[in-house]
Design a protein around this ligand. Structure first.
Ligand code: CA
Ligand code: CA
Ligand code: CA
Length: 585
């Protein structure tokens, strides 16, 4: 079962917002940033700026309480008693960029306040007897790339009684502010005691995604965890448990297999076994926020993050799409070679006959047109009947059509060289044009004896293929659904053979070039095997022992002297032997 973990934790994230009130906490949070520390509440009172004075036309950087500003059109210096408004001894006077001429003056932070802003308050006043100006307050959360208006305030404050303004941006991300004189005339305004309190910050990291989940092939060798911010490794363990069996513990401070890039933690070189169930736990302190120092809640149960593995290769199998999702439709994967329509997980109920949702569907027609499509639904692991004494292979499936038309062709194919790209694979038809579906809206069960059609001597990928045509007519293409796909293999002299996992699976990836042969081997246990290469006349050209690990691995054989042509590689082990042909060039 897949838990809706993300939403649950967003909920917790929201619930756990707290006010950051302690100066000590703020100091700790800020200590991990590279910049000078900003102490909250941040105050710009113009009493101790560096430099202490500034002419209107100057565009110098002004530092106040460790934060950098620029203030074109702003005067800093000794105030004029009876004309300037100021608290304590100084304030800012804003006019035009060249004093009495130019464009409106402003004060802009050129660094962020790292903990955002809960409240922003300041004093504003008109200079002397001047009247009628406003101040525009803007903020930026993208380092000044763009500015958002927060408020524009008509100034009623006077030099003898400034006007206090309090705004509540309540933005938790790093933020900077800009204060601009609005009127283009040269009337002057004063600003003082700009004060920002920190916004509430998240109290923990959030694990926003993780993999694997659901059903995966045992060749999967990577575990990833994605967080809501950039992270670093802390102290503790990430632990992979095989349900009811042992576990592998990754100590994040010592394991060479644990790495971090930005907000993603990756565990490499994971060894999985076929037909097993797994769960993953991790310690709260194992992952920490890179900048924030926040910790994650961790996972301490065996239900939050679970997954299981398929057999190494398929023999008898049955897929009812109970765990269908967009990227893994059970043991099948979808590939679209033409057209934007694709196979998808479906639960639409237009019948109760044989209806067992979810199932998979593709529809090359929409309400507005009919589209050209070529789409495969392919087994994600090979069907390998080479170790069986095959008497009969039955393929069962339930299929349904919706809508009318004659623009759709369906077929069943297999490929011995499929390697993740249906376009470059060689497909052999088991049946290139399946029989018409007489009625719409109802699942119909089919039984096909494919014994003489499928290659039982080597691993092959089985595929259902949907093709539809381009036509402005909406009623040409129709929707094809599949469910309950089952392969039944009957061995000679036996009743129906039960599902069993191969002990060893092997194939050669691609064409051998430059004396290099890439052999993919899946094993149910650690063992030593012997790999031997023969040429087509049966002459041994290479032999070497290979230490196999549990799970799937690529064994690369280097520097073999191979002429162009066909070869055979043989694997001998205590679990039996396998022979695979390959081509060298
Ligand atoms: Ca002041
Ligand atoms: Ca189903
Ligand atoms: Ca398509």
């Amino acid at each position: 079962m897949r838990i809706n973990f993300k939403n649950q934790h967003i909920l917790n994230f929201m619930r756990n917002f707290i006010k950051v009130l302690s100066a000590a906490v703020i100091g700790t949070l800020c200590a991990t940033t590279a910049d000078a520390q900003i102490v909250y509440p941040y105050v710009m009172d113009f009493e101790n700026t560096n430099p202490a004075t500034k002419a209107y036309a100057s565009t110098d950087t002004i530092v106040g309480n460790n934060l950098k500003w620029v203030m074109p059109g702003t005067y800093l210096g000794t105030p004029v008693s009876g004309s300037d408004f100021y608290n304590d001894a100084k304030s800012a006077r804003v006019r035009l960029t060249n004093n009495s001429t130019g464009t409106q003056g402003y004060l802009e932070m050129v660094e962020d306040l790292p903990l955002g802003a809960d409240t922003l308050s300041f004093y504003v006043a008109m200079y002397g007897s001047e009247t009628g100006d406003s101040v525009l307050v803007q903020y930026s959360t993208n380092q000044g790339a763009t500015w958002t208006n927060l408020s524009q305030i008509a100034i009623t404050g006077t030099h003898s009684a400034g006007q206090k303004v309090t705004l509540i941006p309540n933005i938790s991300s790093p933020i900077r502010f800009k204060f601009s004189k609005v009127k283009s005339t040269n009337v002057r305004i004063n600003l003082d005691d700009i004060r920002v309190t920190p916004a509430a910050q998240a109290t923990n990291l959030v694990l926003t995604n993780f993999s694997p989940t659901g059903m995966v092939h045992p060749s999967t060798d990577v575990i990833t965890m994605t967080f809501n911010e950039d992270v670093a490794l802390g102290t503790g363990n990430i632990t992979l448990f095989e349900a009811g069996a042992g576990s592998v513990q990754y100590d994040v401070t010592t394991s060479q297999d644990v790495s971090v890039v930005n907000n993603v933690v990756t565990i490499s070189n994971v060894a999985l076994q076929p037909n097993k169930s797994y769960y993953v736990r991790y310690d709260s302190a194992a992952i920490v926020g890179d900048v924030s120092g926040l910790k994650a809640p961790g996972i301490y149960d065996n239900t939050t993050w679970t997954f299981s593995t398929t057999a190494l290769a398929l023999q008898n199998f049955e897929e009812n799409f109970d765990n269908c999702n967009a990227s893994a439709m059970g043991i099948f994967v979808a590939e679209s070679l033409a057209g934007t329509q694709t196979w998808f997980c479906d639960t639409y109920n237009d019948t109760t006959s044989n209806f067992n949702p979810p199932y998979v569907t593709i529809n090359g027609g929409t309400g507005s047109a009919s589209f050209e499509n070529e789409d495969y639904l392919i087994t994600s692991i090979p069907v390998d009947l080479s170790g069986m004494d095959v008497e009969k292979v039955n393929l069962y499936y339930a299929e349904k059509r919706r809508f009318g038309g004659n623009g759709v062709t369906r077929g069943i194919y297999y490929s011995a060289d499929y390697a993740g790209n249906a376009a470059t694979a060689t497909w052999t038809a088991i049946e290139s044009n399946l029989e018409a579906i007489a009625t719409t809206g109802t699942f119909i069960r089919r039984t096909k004896d494919i014994t003489s059609k499928i290659d039982v001597t080597k691993p092959v990928y089985l595929a259902f293929k949907y093709e539809s045509i381009e036509d402005a007519d909406t009623s040409v293409n129709w929707s094809w659904s599949l469910d309950d796909i089952e392969m039944e293999v009957i061995e000679k002299g036996t009743a129906i053979n039960p599902l069993k996992a191969n002990s060893i699976y092997m194939d050669v990836l691609g064409i051998a070039r430059g004396g290099e042969v890439n052999v993919r081997v899946a094993s149910v246990e650690d063992m030593t095997a012997q790999l031997t290469i023969y040429d087509i006349s049966g002459r041994k050209v290479y032999t070497q022992p290979a230490a196999l690990k549990t799970g799937t691995q690529i064994v690369t054989i280097h520097n073999v002297n191979l002429n162009a042509g066909m070869y055979v590689i043989k694997l001998d082990s205590s679990k039996g032997s396998k022979v695979v042909k390959f081509i060298a060039e």
